[in-house]
Design a protein around this ligand. Structure first.
Ligand SMILES: [Zn+2]
Length: 127
């Protein structure tokens, strides 16, 4: 059962099939994945969240790829680090930064690429 209900243009709101290969909307707007959040909420148990893998795929129910399609090098689950000196300098009592440099590509982009490559496999995209 597909988790995504459809893709929707972030600009003009035109809907596209989530099981077909799409890039941008005809208006040039990026497509956002829409989910049946009420259905997911009723099936996804809290303990499944806390017992999930230590990666971005812990949240697989709200990511488009099916479990069998997931391609991962362990993206996500990067630490939050408190930056006391910087926080003090800018007047923030509790300033935290996410260390995305611990992702496999040393970039936050690893998350999106894991999802994109997984979806390429699922949709049969070879290149
Ligand atoms: Zn559009």
């Amino acid at each position: 059962m597909p988790k995504a209900t459809h893709l929707e243009c972030s600009i003009c709101k035109i809907r596209y099939s989530s099981s077909a290969i799409n890039n941008l909307c005809t208006c040039g707007g990026p497509l956002l994945v829409a989910y049946d959040l009420d259905g997911i909420r009723s099936r996804w148990l809290r303990r499944e969240v806390s017992n999930g893998p230590s990666s971005m795929w812990r949240y697989a129910p709200v990511l488009p790829a099916a479990a069998a399609s997931i391609v991962t090098l362990g993206e996500g689950w990067t630490p939050l680090i408190q930056t006391k000196r910087l926080g003090k300098r800018i007047g923030a009592d509790a300033l935290w930064v996410k260390d995305e440099g611990l992702n496999p590509t040393a970039s936050f982009k690893a998350r999106g690429l894991s999802c994109a490559v997984s979806m390429c496999g699922e949709l049969g995209i070879k290149r």
